[in-house]
Design a protein around this ligand. Sequence first.
Ligand SMILES: Nc1ncnc2c1ncn2[C@@H]1O[C@H](COP(=O)(O)OP(=O)(O)OP(=O)(O)O)[C@@H](O)[C@H]1O
Length: 235
Amino acid sequence: MILLDHVTKRYDAASAPALDDVSVEIERGEFAFVVGASGSGKSTLLRLVTREVAPTHGRIQVAGYNLADMPERRIPALRREIGVVFQDFRLLEGKTVQQNVAFVLQVLGAKRRRIKQQVPEALELVGLADKAKRLPHELSGGEQQRVAIARAVVKAPPILLADEPTGNLDPETSQEIMRLLQRINKTGTTVVVATHERGIVDESRKRVIELRDGTLVRDEQTGGYDASQPGEDDR
Ligand SMILES: Nc1ncnc2c1ncn2[C@@H]1O[C@H](COP(=O)(O)OP(=O)(O)OP(=O)(O)O)[C@@H](O)[C@H]1O
């Protein structure tokens, strides 16, 4: 589903690569964490998968698309296969919850009937059916992130990427969001979560792909964060 084969990404020739010769394969239906300290390359890895940035070297395949030599005009088709969630939610402030979620389908040119059916389903999935008419600022942070997740999955993408999805949330709300992402994974969606919060990773016992200074230093199926290494929380 997602394949990086000896991928290097340099943003500019003078500085060290943000990702350095990274090879990793994430199968359809898997749940994987990408962990590492700030600046280790987590966001760069996700941005390569969405083709926001192109690799300097190496081969990338996502949902059957070959990204390294992909023409610009094919990028929208790739992005239809991927839902993305960010730390800062990125909701449209002037639109209600249901309008935020519907907007994705409208942009894709979906029929009104499909929108009427899928938006309530997505809100039901994230537990926000009763708050469909609220504006984002009338919601808690955790609720706003759930709207963002509903928006990411409403088009039923095979892949969901989350970049520090719990970075702005308290521990209890973070756990709720992680449970929701795992529930979405159980429906068959491939889920990749970048985070530097080791507690979340330890609890989940999922595959952990660890980056340090742009290189892959660990790829383990059973989870657990290497406590011997200093991380964000220890500084
Ligand atoms: N657009 C850019 N231009 C130049 N350098 C960049 C750019 N984006 C990221 N970098 C550099 O690439 C390296 C990896 O950054 P990246 O954002 O991928 O790390 P990260 O692990 O996601 O960090 P964080 O947790 O702080 O978001 C860093 O050294 C960063 O400064």
